[in-house]
Design a protein. Sequence first.
Length: 271
Amino acid sequence: MPAPAWVGSGRFWLAWPKATNDKDHDDAAREDCLGLAELLSDYAPVSLICPSRDVAVVALRTPPNVAAFAAEHDGSALGLHAPLWLVDEAGRLAAAAARTALGREIAERAGVEVLDAPPGLPQDIRADGEGTYLAWPAGGEGEKVLRDWLGLDRVVWLEPPGAAFLAPGLVVLSPHPANHQSLEAVIDAKGRRLTLIELANPKKGDFCYADCVIAGEAVVVPDFEDGRGTENFGHISAALPGRSVAAFPASWLAPENAGLGAAVVVQPAST
C-alpha cells in the first residue's frame, strides 16, 4: 500500500462560502475566498467548489488559474472532506482514500485510483515526506488502521488542533502541553529531534494560527487581525529562510478550532 503524501502543489481546492441569513457576513467571506484563491493561484491551479447555480458568477470573478467546479457542499470545513493522498515508492501520486462523497469527487478529478477509506482512519494525517507522521485524534482503531493498512510505524499521536510539518524535522503547533511533550520526545525516521515552533493562540475566537496552508515551498499563514499575527508570521518566516511565506486574513474562512489549513484541500503534484 502506498504511503500518505507530503504536501505538494499540484492543485488547491476551496469551497465557495455557503449563503447564510447575514448578507454582510456572506459578502465578507466570499471576498476573502476569492482573495485566497487568487493568492494560491500564484503557486498552483485552484478549483473553487460551488453550487451549480453559482458557477457562472464565480467564474466571472476569478483569475485564469482559478476554475469553478460544480459540486454539492454542506458548508462544513473542506478539510473534513479531504481525501488521504497516497504516493508510491517513487514519490508519485498513486491513489487517494475517500472519506466522503465530495472527497471522492475531488480524488476522481485528480485522476488517481480512488479507495474507500477504512473505518477508524484518523481525522488527519500529516507526513514529512521522510517517513514520520503526525495524526489525530488519538485513541480508537486509528493506530491499528495505520499500522495494518498502510504499514506506518513512526506515528506521533496528537490532540486537535494538532500540528503540521513545515519541512522535515520542523513542526509548527499551537500551545498544548500534551502535544508539546509528545513532540519533544520524538526521534524521527531520520534520527533527528524535531524543531518546534509554538505559535500564540488568537485573542478572540476558537481558531488556530498553526493551521497554515502548506504546499511544497509555499506557506500561507492565517491572520486573525488581533495583533498576534505579525509575531507568529515572523516566527515562521525566520524558520524558513528562502521559502515563500505569506499571510492572509482568516477570520471569515477558518472553521472552529482551526485555521486556513482546514479550509483548503492541497492536492499533491502528480510527479
